[in-house]
Design a protein around this ligand. Structure first.
Ligand code: BT5
Length: 315
């Protein structure tokens, strides 16, 4: 989206604004304002022009301008109907020096999970990857994954879904039989030096308006749980949440408290496969920068990364 159109949308967020005022504020001619208003109408915005000026009265469902309109985070949106993987696109941007860009797609044909696993991502989901360049050490990066999981869990609960977080990066929904199904996965990738992150890509995949039968076993969707959601509002809440928790000046330690609030892993018996060993015991807490503390028969273990399975309680 060009800069004038973006500025125009931002100017119209709080209500009607006159054409001459817009031209002044944007530093362009009235004809240029009119041209951008027409372009937004072509994208599906309903914009009235009355005595008070231009007013947005309808926003399209999804797309770059729709996602930018009312977004409470300083991110630029790039929208694609279809890509292989939003993380791959985001990495390209990151390598070119971009920051605060979100790549959003309706459908991914080569979505990736951790460890090169496949991620099923048909049309109707929320597939988004955020490029950040935080002034933080690489060791703090797992906190961003936790923050994204908190933001998704909050947005899902806002949509009426009883979502919780499985350490470290899955958002799950418990069914009536307390069987848990996966609603969202998060893939965080980064490049950095010893003391500073160069770039960070947080890829969030939420099964939104998708039939459960098109997803792998063990998955669920917002559609299956509560019916279709407004993907625009949902993703805006997620992005706003990530920004609130991690943006400039945010205290990353607050992420841990928020995470504990939504976690379903704490207090449970777990089996965590790490690259080097298997740790089994009771998950008791999470600590900076997102490590899980597991009480085992041989004492407490701190697990930094791995695949976590919730075990059923033994009777
Ligand atoms: C994840 O990996 O959970 C991270 C998934 C990240 C996906 C997002 S979408 C936007 C961005 N662009 C990308 O290319 N990726 C990110 P992991 O913990 O490794 O889980 C992968 C496993 O989840 C697979 O092996 C399947 O068993 C299962 N799975 C695959 N697709 C799924 C889906 N849509 N819903 C639930 N489970 C799925």
């Amino acid at each position: 989206m060009n800069a004038t159109r973006r500025a125009l949308l931002a100017a119209l967020e709080d209500g009607a604004v006159g054409g001459p005022t817009l031209a002044d504020r944007l530093g362009v001619s009235r004809a240029a304002v009119w041209k951008q208003v027409e372009a937004l109408r072509d994208e599906g915005f309903v914009i009235e022009s009355g005595d008070e000026g231009y007013r947005v009265v309808g926003v399209p469902d999804y797309g770059p301008a729709a996602l930018a309109f009312g977004l409470e985070a300083p991110y630029n949106i790039e929208y694609e109907a279809q890509v292989a993987s939003t993380n791959d696109r985001a990495r390209e941007h990151a390598e070119e020096g971009a920051a605060d860009v979100v790549v959003v797609a309706d459908e991914q044909t080569g979505g990736r999970g951790r460890l090169d696993r496949e991620w099923t991502a048909p049309s109707g989901g929320v597939w988004a990857s955020l490029v950040l360049r935080p002034e933080r050490p690489p060791a703090a990066v797992p906190m961003y994954t936790l923050a994204a999981a908190v933001a998704v869990a909050r947005a899902a609960r806002g949509a009426g879904v009883n979502a919780s977080i499985k350490w470290p990066n899955d958002v799950l929904v418990a069914g009536p039989d307390s069987e848990e199904a996966k609603l969202c996965g998060i893939l965080t990738e980064m490049e950095g030096e010893a003391d500073r992150v160069s770039w960070l890509v947080i890829g969030v995949g939420v099964n939104a308006n998708i039939d459960r039968k098109t997803l792998p076993a063990g998955a669920t969707s917002l559609r299956a749980e509560v019916g279709d959601v407004d993907r625009r509002r949902f993703l805006q809440r997620v992005l706003g949440g990530v920004h609130d928790l991690t943006g400039e000046g945010a205290d990353l330690r607050a992420v841990l408290d928020a995470w504990r609030e939504y976690a379903s892993t704490l207090g449970r018996r777990v089996r965590v496969e790490t690259p080097r060993r298997v740790v089994e015991g009771r998950a008791v807490d999470v600590q900076f920068p997102g490590s899980l503390i597991v009480e085992t028969d041989n004492g407490e273990r701190v697990v930094h990364a791995g695949d976590c399975e919730h075990l059923r309680p033994t009777r």
